[in-house]
Ligand binder design. Sequence first.
Ligand code: HEM
Length: 341
Amino acid sequence: MKKTFPLQKHLRLSFALAAAVIAGTCVWLLYSPSPSAVQIVDEMEAVAGGAHPGFRRNHAKGLCISGHFESNGNATEVSHAGVLQRGTVPLIGRLSAAGGDPAQADAHGMIRSMALRLAGAAGDAWYMAMNSVPVFPVNTPEGLYQQLRASMPTYGDNVPDPEKMQAFKRAHPEMRPFEQWLAAHPGSSGFDNTTYYSVNAFRMINAQGQERFVRWSMVPEIPYKAMTAAQRGDPDFLAFGLATQLEQGPVRWHLIITLADPGDVTTDATVRWPEGRRQIDAGVLVIDDQQSQVDGACRDIDFNPLELPSGIQPSDDPLLLARQAAYAESHRRRAEEESAH
Ligand code: HEM
């Protein structure tokens, strides 16, 4: 009988294990219902007419902002996060428009966005990325992937194939609340008079260990106004408007935390909670400066919505993990392009 040395045995076992892992990964990739971050970001690039090196693959057009958050301590009732204790923390953020083209005209997109990093004590910062529409068009990463495929510009122009988009909408009735909201709320006339929503649900945990599902929004002190006809002809009215406003003084929003009632849907970003849910005004966000996104402090930040301080946790909304992975992939690509520059 052939003698087998322990080392050979060990090597064979390792090869067998490695082969099983590779085969398992291939099967998972083939049959997993979720598209990978690479696939999603590839589609975002394709919809934007190709990669725009150095820029974010979504919300590509934007600017950096800085200021501070003045917490009034009201939200300690629901979360023991350091940034929600009474006091002031500095912040770096970014205002942007949805879409993958960093040169798109502002009137082209209706969705404005705000990303923030509220600096807590070391390692306890709160990152958030919010949109001006309180619901997302789809409720799964697969839905987003299909939506991107249906949005692909056709025939060499900048417009998606209307039939593909209609077919997508028929197959995804969950998109209706998003469309209805946009129809009733045309794009705002400025970054500064826009409400920004967390969209996804999260969990807050207080010092007694009690958990509540929440969503939050940044509500501006300046009232909403729809963009004007004159603004439609100005490709950069959003940045210009903010700069003009900041010359007169800081711009302020209130952090409003909305508490879910038992039974409210927390895993579907296309469903809003009914009116009348309890809300806590947690403090004031003060923005007093802006910088170009080309060399400002926000440039290299990944506003990963799962970078949360102790006292705030994700919900089971499947978009959240997909967001984390896609933001990291987009960040990896743009950081590599920056360093190769
Ligand atoms: C599966 C769903 C989603 C995917 C795959 C996705 C993907 C992305 C990607 C790849 C970026 C660029 C990130 C970077 O380079 O740093 C981005 C940016 C952004 N996304 Fe999403 N997103 C999703 C859902 C959402 C939702 C629900 C919201 C609204 C709450 C949102 C708000 C934003 C904002 C505000 C930015 C800009 C962040 C910045 O200024 O750096 N996204 N998204």
